[in-house]
Every structure is written in structure tokens, then in C-alpha cells.
Write a protein that binds this ligand. Structure first.
Ligand code: NDP
Length: 284
């Protein structure tokens, strides 16, 4: 950290709408406090047309960077000078970093997911099934491919989106990706090593379950869910009942936030402190 940064403090934050209830604020501020940093994270309500002014404001005020959440993850790209490699492939930015006075877009969502996944197993050489083809699924599919997955299968109701994501993974990472239309109960293939629910099914409803054949969820799978609230989703409970190892969405949330803090401050933050703060913010 430079002497000047220490004097004025480090300014970071989040641009999204609706901004209320964003657990990242408490999680990142807890890391700043824990490590004694003179740094702030401001939760900013930025509506749909807001990115040009919000980004100009952050640049003018010398912010170290900021997170972009819904609905700005794609729209913000037009206001940045460059994208990191995986953000380029994913086509979305969740973390902007001031680098030599210029704003560069990164995507730490998928990297945070892979960091969490590696606490259970390394995806290298494995077939990864991704349920969903939205923003979270794009990040998870691209980063698991970049982490060495042997192949990716994208399962989604909207075939256009799943076909597009499979194409993006193959073109951007060189890893073969296939898509499956989710028009009936999905059976996880015996060749899969990891299954990730990257849909919004389960968000705000602990009983909502993805349409998946329970008998295809084997004990030797690692089953992950990106849904954070509530983190003990019906899908993870099913997987645990079948003997599979599971990972909740909090791991991904903490991982993506920790990587953002690293970018902004140069410091490797304590994940345990961040996880405890995020859990408190979510009322767990
Ligand atoms: P999007 O709106 O971009 O995508 C939603 C996805 O869910 C689509 O693939 C959609 O399918 C699918 N879907 C919705 N309802 C159903 C259903 N009933 N059955 C099957 N598929 C369904 O959302 P995001 O990708 O941005 O977010 C998805 C989830 O990920 C949210 O819960 C979000 O909170 C979470 N998330 C977690 C993060 C973390 O750090 N843990 C980070 C980012 C997101 P279709 O295309 O067919 O409509």
C-alpha cells in the first residue's frame, strides 16, 4: 500500500439494484477491519442507466475498484479500458480494479467457485455438469474449464442460452462442451464427477428442488449449489442423503469476495472471517 493510499484510505463498493441486503458489504468490511486496513466498501444503489455516471464517479474519486452486480455485469464493460482474460470469455464483469489509473474488468465469480470446489476436489480431468446457462452458470462453466475440466455439459430449459454457453466454453477455453435441453427430469450421466446447480432454483425457497432424477445422484459425486440464501438448499440436502460430498453457495460468495479484496488491496484476506461475517449477514 502506498503512503498516499494509507492517508486517504482505500475506497471500494458495489453498484447494483436493488442494493439492499447485499451480504458482500458486511463480508468485505469485516475483512478490512480484521486486517486493520483503512478501507471502506459502500453499497450503492445504481439503477439501470447508471453505470456511465457511477463509473465516472468512482474513477474521479480514485476508488481502488468496485463490484458490479445485477443488472450491470455486462453493461459496465463499455466503460472500462480492458478486460482480464476470463472476464473476456465469460462476457461479464463482477469486479472492477483500478490498475495504473485505468479501470480493468475481472470476473471473480467463477474463480471463487473453483476456489471453493478445490476444498473438496480438483476439477482437472473431470466431467462437470452445469445446471443453468445464466450469469452464474457462465462463470462456473468457463472457470471450471479453465481449471482443467475434461468436458462440460450445460443443462438448461432455454436451449438458445445453453447452446450459446457450450459454444463460449469450447471457443474460449478449448474444452469440449455439450448442451442438453432441460425439457424432462434430468439424469446425471455416470461419467460426471461434479454437478453444479447454477440456476436460481432454491433462491429464497429452501424447499424448491431442481428437476433431477434422485437416483442419478451418486455417492461419488461432488455436488455444489451457487444459491446463497438459504445455503442449505433442497438439492444439497438430496445430495447429502445420497452420500455425495456437497458445497454450498457461501463458499463461492466468500471466494469471489476474497479475490476482489486481493485485487483492491494486495492483501490475502482471511476467508474464515469473511465467511462468518457473510453468514451473520444472511441471518444464519
Ligand atoms: P440468471 O437470471 O442469469 O439465470 C437464471 C438461470 O436459472 C437460468 O439458466 C434459468 O434458466 C434458470 N432457471 C430459473 N428457474 C428455473 C427452473 N424453475 N428450472 C430450471 N432452471 C431455472 O441468474 P444468475 O445466473 O445471475 O443467478 C443464478 C443464481 O446464482 C442466483 O440464485 C444467484 O443469487 C446465484 N449467484 C450466486 C453467487 C455466489 O457467489 N454464490 C454469485 C452469482 C450468482 P432459463 O435460461 O431456461 O430461464
Amino acid at each position: 500500500m502506498s503512503a498516499q493510499a494509507r492517508f486517504v484510505g482505500i475506497h471500494t463498493g458495489s453498484f447494483s439494484t436493488p442494493a439492499a441486503g447485499n451480504p458482500t458489504v458486511v463480508m468485505v468490511e469485516a475483512a478490512y477491519r480484521h486486517h486493520g486496513l483503512d478501507a471502506r466498501y459502500l453499497n450503492c444503489e445504481v439503477t439501470a442507466g447508471g453505470p456511465p455516471d457511477a463509473v465516472a464517479g468512482a474513477r474521479a474519486m480514485g476508488w481502488a475498484g468496485f463490484n458490479c452486480s445485477l443488472p450491470h455485469k455486462v453493461a459496465v464493460i463499455d466503460h472500462l479500458v480492458a478486460l482480464a482474460a476470463s472476464a473476456q470469455v465469460i462476457g461479464a464483469v463482477n469486479t472492477v480494479v483500478a490498475t495504473d489509473g485505468e479501470l480493468v474488468g475481472h470476473n471473480t465469480d467463477g474463480q471463487g467457485f473453483v476456489e471453493s470446489l478445490r476444498t473438496e476436489l480438483d476439477p482437472a480431468g473431470l466431467e462437470v455438469v452445469v445446471l443453468g446457462a445464466g450469469g452464474a452458470a457462465r462463470a462456473v462453466a468457463v472457470e471450471t474449464a479453465l481449471a482443467g475440466a475434461a468436458s462440460v455439459i450445460v443443462v438448461n430449459r432455454d436451449v438458445r442460452r445453453s447452446e450459446e454457453l457450450a459454444r463460449v466454453v469450447t471457443a474460449g477455453t478449448g474444452v469440449p462442451a455439450a448442451y442438453v435441453p432441460w425439457d424432462r427430469t434430468y439424469a446425471v450421466p455416470g461419467s460426471a464427477g461434479v454437478v453444479v446447480n447454477a440456476t436460481s432454483v432454491g433462491f429464497g425457497d429452501g424447499e424448491a428442488l431442481v428437476d433431477i432424477d434422485p437416483d442419478s445422484v451418486r455417492a461419488d459425486l461432488v455436488v455444489a449449489d451457487v444459491v446463497v440464501s438459504p445455503p442449505h438448499t433442497a438439492f444439497l440436502r438430496l445430495a447429502r442423503a445420497r452420500g455425495a460430498r456437497t458445497l454450498d453457495g457461501l463458499g463461492m460468495l466468500v471466494g469471489q469476495g476474497a479475490l476482489a479484496v486481493q485485487h483492491w488491496t494486495g492483501l490475502e484476506p482471511d476467508r474464515k472471517v469473511m465467511r462468518a461475517a457473510a453468514a451473520r449477514a444472511l441471518g444464519l
